[in-house]
Design a protein around this ligand. Structure first.
Ligand code: PMP
Ligand code: GLN
Length: 378
């Protein structure tokens, strides 16, 4: 058969989670919490199911959910998205990202992405004939050279994809970064896809620089968000995206045929749960405590640490331990030491190997202690 994606294998998250369970290892590879969501949220789903939210939701999403999303975005970023035409509820951020790319990318269009990049962007671009134009960022700081970005923007550039806080590095874009990007995109027709699934997981008192805060970005941006990340429910596959009405109209032309609408009872529950801002405003402290615990337990290890600024991922450098490739080392750690992580080179341009592994710290204290015990012995 002729494959549309001949180079694409199975995603690293599935590969490492399978290897982890095969070898009975602690799984700090794929990013998901190993603790439960708030029982109040679960009760709301049950309530929704018992009160009749069991048929199709409206195509763009339940209005009460869209309204509360708009209210949250207004409070946090001062923007005024219209619930009728500028918010769509999606089956996780993944479906939003795929739908955005499919709605706009034509053969020959260039899409600029920053590497290491979350793994769903590139195959989606390739599937629609787009050309990936990568800008490589490197450990330990993953800072953007905006001159390089400027040099890679051409008349064929259709879209730029950013991700802040950034998976896998845990770095964030600063206000200066966003202003630079705004300047570069001014006067162009370039669409911005701003993947902000970790908007609420940011540390050390830093402020999330949403594209919604910058008028020159917001006017051309799709912003994607994930309730899986925010409410510890990655298995629900619920999220949403925001965009100006003209862009969103094109998005919905595709959305109505690739999923039509998303889980109705979940939407009811999420709308109710979002009425209490503390449910998401508590996340920086909640996850910072986990990051800090993990790092304090690792202080006598031989791993090299640059603390994550956001996300629930921590990179650990291992060049003081071995010169093995990160893929080989991640496999050996899983099989011999019973701890699974993600090798970062799989997200890099030409598999650049900075000798860093990504560990997910969305785990119970007990799991983090077990993980640190193993890592300190290496
Ligand atoms: N973007 C990034 C950067 C991610 O880390 C993830 C993983 N959760 C997603 C998008 C996809 O989110 P969802 O699980 O809501 O589809
Ligand atoms: N976003 C999660 C991660 O980075 C994984 C999502 C997935 O498995 N597709 O680990």
């Amino acid at each position: 058969i002729s494959s549309k994606l001949p180079e694409v294998g199975t995603t690293i998250f599935t590969v490492m989670s399978q290897l982890s369970s095969k070898h009975n290892a602690l799984n700090l590879s794929q990013g998901f919490p190993n603790f439960e969501a708030n029982p109040k949220l679960i009760d709301l789903v049950s309530k929704a199911m018992h009160t009749g939210y069991n048929q199709y939701a409206p195509m763009p999403g339940l209005m009460s959910l869209r309204e509360i999303i708009v209210q949250k975005t207004n409070t946090l970023y001062g923007s005024n998205y219209h619930p009728e035409s500028e918010v769509t509820v999606t089956a996780g951020a993944t479906q939003a990202i795929f739908t955005i790319i499919s709605a706009f990318i034509n053969p020959g269009d260039e899409v600029l992405i920053f590497k290491p990049a979350y793994d769903c962007y590139e195959p989606s671009i390739q599937l629609f004939g787009g050309t990936v134009v990568p800008v490589q960022l490197s450990a330990p700081n993953f800072t953007v050279d905006w001159k390089e970005v400027a040099s890679k923007i051409t008349s064929k550039t259709k879209m730029v994809i950013i991700n802040t806080p950034h998976n896998p590095s845990g770095s964030i874009l600063s206000k200066q970064d966003m202003l630079q990007l705004e300047k570069l995109l001014k006067g162009t027709n370039i669409i911005l896809l701003s993947d902000e699934v970790y908007e609420h997981i940011i540390f050390d008192g830093q402020k999330h620089q949403s594209a919604a805060l910058f008028p020159g970005l917001a006017e051309r941006a799709f912003i994607t968000a994930s309730f899986g990340k925010t409410f510890h429910t990655t298995g629900w596959k619920m999220g949403y995206c925001l965009a100006p009405a003209d862009l969103m109209a094109e998005f919905r032309k595709v959305h109505q045929f690739n999923v039509f609408s998303c889980s109705h009872p979940m939407q009811y529950a999420l709308a109710e749960y979002l009425k209490t801002p503390e449910n998401y405003l508590s996340l920086p402290q909640f996850y910072q405590e986990k990051r800090d615990l993990f790092l304090s337990l690792l202080k006598d290890s031989r791993f090299i640490v640059t603390p994550a600024s956001g996300t629930y991922f921590q990179l650990l450098g291992y060049s003081a331990i071995t010169q093995e490739s990160d893929i080989a080392f991640a496999e050996r750690l899983t099989i011999e030491h019973k701890i699974a992580s993600i090798p970062v080179s799989v997200f890099n341009l030409d598999q650049q190997d900075d000798k860093v592994l990504r560990f997910c710290f969305a785990k119970t204290e007990d799991t983090l202690k077990q993980a640190a015990d193993i890592l300190c012995g290496i």
